[in-house]
Design a protein around this ligand. Structure first.
Ligand code: ZN
Ligand code: ZN
Length: 343
């Protein structure tokens, strides 16, 4: 059984063949798969890499059903989690150590070029088995382990943020990614973490997960941030929404000499205008942040398994995969932070 995307707004639950695997691949019986903002975007608008009908979903965990004969370190019956991609290790970017920018990530991308995990069985391409697949540590549930990929992206962004002890950090957006950023910013030593969002419910959860203060983004969050910092602005601002307006807001809320991490991906073709004077005379550092490297994935696994990052509260709804459309609609209406489908 699998949920296949056909066109924007159309996803169908269907019987499909169990995937065949090559000698370097694994076949995993999925136990939990999480909704991601990308799944929702795909459902609503389609995606340039999606060739329908396509099984979507890339945040998952399960049990090895079959292992290719050349696979080392994994065996049938083992509980595993993997990232959705792995670098090729031979292109220019891989050679210079920027594995998240690998030119060939798209070639084996689960849920895009490779069938995804909204299905009873998912095939892990060889490259992912070798570099980004892990046995699930004792005491970690499948749905917690399934946070490996989004958390790896957040780890990547936090490394670029270069948070120093006692820093004043603003996170814009209290969706699943923003809420992971809040927890990691604290883990990296931030003194005060403020979260801005338009939803009071999400802000309440941000408080429970360690945010020191929350700011209502329907008011004037920049003024509030300045008021909290002797009119300077935040040392580090992390944008986790992905809209040109919030990118601008992120830059405005950063203090002179501070760092703005532009984490949320805007729709392609978007242009954001920023205050050139503030960037120049204020010596701002603007950092884009995209995807993850195998090192980020490894760190994410340790952060989840040590419970330094508490992922379980981000799952607001649980339901069988047969309710996939209901789950995606809850995401669309902003009622769910993450939905866990079980199989
Ligand atoms: Zn995702
Ligand atoms: Zn590469």
């Amino acid at each position: 059984m699998a949920a296949r995307f056909y066109e924007p707004g159309v996803i169908r639950l269907e019987q499909v063949e169990v995937p065949e695997i090559s000698s370097d691949e694994l076949l995993v019986r999925t136990h939990a798969v999480l909704t991601c903002g990308t799944d929702l975007k795909m459902y609503l608008r389609g995606h340039r890499l999606a060739k329908p009908p396509l099984i979507i979903g890339h945040e998952f965990a399960g049990t090895i059903e079959r292992a290719g004969r050349d696979v080392r370190g994994f065996e049938v019956g083992m509980n595993v989690v993997s990232a959705n991609s792995a670098p090729c290790m031979s292109c220019y970017y891989c050679r210079v150590g920027q594995h998240n920018l690998c030119e060939h990530l798209d070639e084996a991308l689960i849920g895009f070029s490779s069938p995804g995990a909204y299905a009873e069985y998912v095939r892990l391409p060889g490259r992912i088995v070798k570099q980004n697949t892990y046995k699930i540590p004792q005491g970690l549930s499948f749905e917690e382990a399934a946070f490996l990929e989004p958390l790896a992206c957040v780890v990547h962004g936090e490394e670029l943020a270069k948070i120093s002890p006692a820093d004043f950090v603003l996170v814009i957006g209290a969706g699943p990614i923003g809420l992971l950023h809040v927890q990691l910013a604290k883990a990296y030593g931030a003194g005060t973490v403020v979260v801005a969002d338009t939803s009071s419910e999400r802000l309440r959860l941000a408080g429970e997960l360690g945010a020191d203060r929350t700011a209502d983004a329907t008011e004037d969050p920049v003024r509030e941030i300045k008021a909290l910092s002797e009119n300077r602005g935040a040392d580090v601002v992390i944008e986790a929404v992905g809209k040109p307006e919030t990118w601008q807001l992120a830059v405005q809320a950063t203090r002179k000499g501070g760092t703005t991490v532009l984490f949320g991906g805007c729709p392609s073709g978007s242009m954001a205008s920023i205050d050139a004077e503030a960037v120049h005379y204020g010596e701002l550092t603007l950092r884009g942040a995209f995807h993850h490297t195998p090192r980020d994935v490894y760190r994410a696994l340790r952060l989840i398994s040590s419970h330094q990052v508490n992922v379980a509260p981000l799952i607001t709804h649980r339901m069988p995969l047969s309710d996939v459309e209901r789950g995606l609609r809850l995401m669309k209406d902003g009622k769910a932070i993450k939905v866990a489908f079980f199989l």
